[in-house]
Design a protein around this ligand. Structure first.
Ligand code: NCD
Length: 315
């Protein structure tokens, strides 16, 4: 695995939350919290990254993550370029690394990379010049570190802490990079129990999600949970499971308000989006009083500001 830290121990890349200490995660969350503003107020801005150029390279579709990385960089005073890699040089046969080196020559200091293939952010991180940082914006089904951080920040805001909480991650865990990064963050932050709740075909392999309890019955999985994190059915990552019938899934595994009553009375509901309403989550739950889904989006910008400001070295 590519090293994320510099020789002096500071964070240079963010490819995974695995191996980050509790202190490092808490420092990122504390910094992110300083950038959070209520809706209606002006967003936080600064010139911390003035003179820095950030390139967003997304080879998979993204709305929230790409826009929030772009806003995060701009609100810190950086310049931003967005590249649709598969439409430009990749399609012409130029390798990803040639594109990276071209951008490096154009003074790009940080790359934000989303790719369906596992290993791409790590390969780029291992190949760039020492002053350049690489941030993963989602790597295959392996990891999505800034999503894990924004999920942790959202829980911390709503619950005051992560320590001692029971968190149920419900749905297509097998294909979910969000679940993998959330598990790493929440376990490191002291969650009492992280439950994996999925139909048998969507459970992850036995060698993953160590320390988590597993439930194939949604009702048992939701009982007394403090946090319920619903996941999207990710058809694009499925092979034979792609036949999955949406109506049948909703009736067996959909997060409805009746099922949510099994969780703690003050439980919160999260979803990384995009949501399939009426498949993994009922609309009234997504928009209901327990929903923290919009906070997650707002926190995404703050977390990405904190990560950029942490990894990019002032000149
Ligand atoms: C997620 C992703 O792309 O991993 N979306 C996001 O970044 N918020 C989740 C998903 O696609 O289901």
């Amino acid at each position: 695995m590519t090293r994320q830290t510099r020789a002096d121990g500071t964070l240079r890349h963010l490819l995974t939350l695995e191996g980050l200490s509790r202190g490092e995660i808490e420092r990122l969350l504390d910094r992110a919290q300083q950038y959070v503003r209520p809706l209606g107020a002006r967003p936080a801005t600064s010139d911390e990254l003035a003179g820095i150029t950030v390139a967003n390279l997304f080879t998979e579709p993204s709305t929230r993550t790409r826009v929030s990385f772009e806003l995060a960089a701009k609100r810190l005073g950086a310049e931003v370029v967005n590249l649709e890699v598969q439409l430009s040089s990749r399609a012409k046969g130029e390798s990803m690394l040639d594109t990276i080196f071209t951008l490096e020559s154009l003074h790009v200091d940080a790359f934000v990379i989303r790719d369906a293939e596992a290993g791409v952010p790590g390969l780029v991180a291992a190949s760039v010049a020492p002053h350049v940082s690489v941030l993963s914006a989602g790597e295959g089904s392996v990891s999505h570190p800034t999503q894990g951080l924004l999920d942790a920040l959202t829980i911390r805001q709503r619950k005051g802490h992560v320590d001692g909480l029971t968190i149920a991650i419900v749905g297509d865990v097998r294909h979910s990079r969000v679940a993998r990064s959330a598990h790493q963050a929440l376990t490191t932050l002291g969650a009492a129990e992280v439950r994996i709740v999925a139909p048998p075909a969507l459970l992850p392999g036995d060698d993953e999600f160590r320390g988590c309890s597993r439930h194939t019955d949604i009702e048992a999985g939701l009982r007394d949970a403090d946090v319920v994190m619903a996941l999207r059915i990710q058809r694009e990552r499925m092979q034979d499971e792609a036949q999955l019938d949406a109506a049948a899934y909703f009736s067996e595994f959909g997060l409805t308000s009746a099922r949510l009553r099994l969780a703690r009375p003050n439980a919160i509901v999260m979803h990384p989006q995009p949501m399939n309403r009426g498949v993994e989550i009922a609309s009234d739950v997504a928009d209901g009083p327990k929903s923290a889904i919009r906070d997650q989006v707002r926190n995404g910008v703050a977390v990405r500001m904190a990560v950029l400001a942490t990894v990019v070295r002032p000149a």
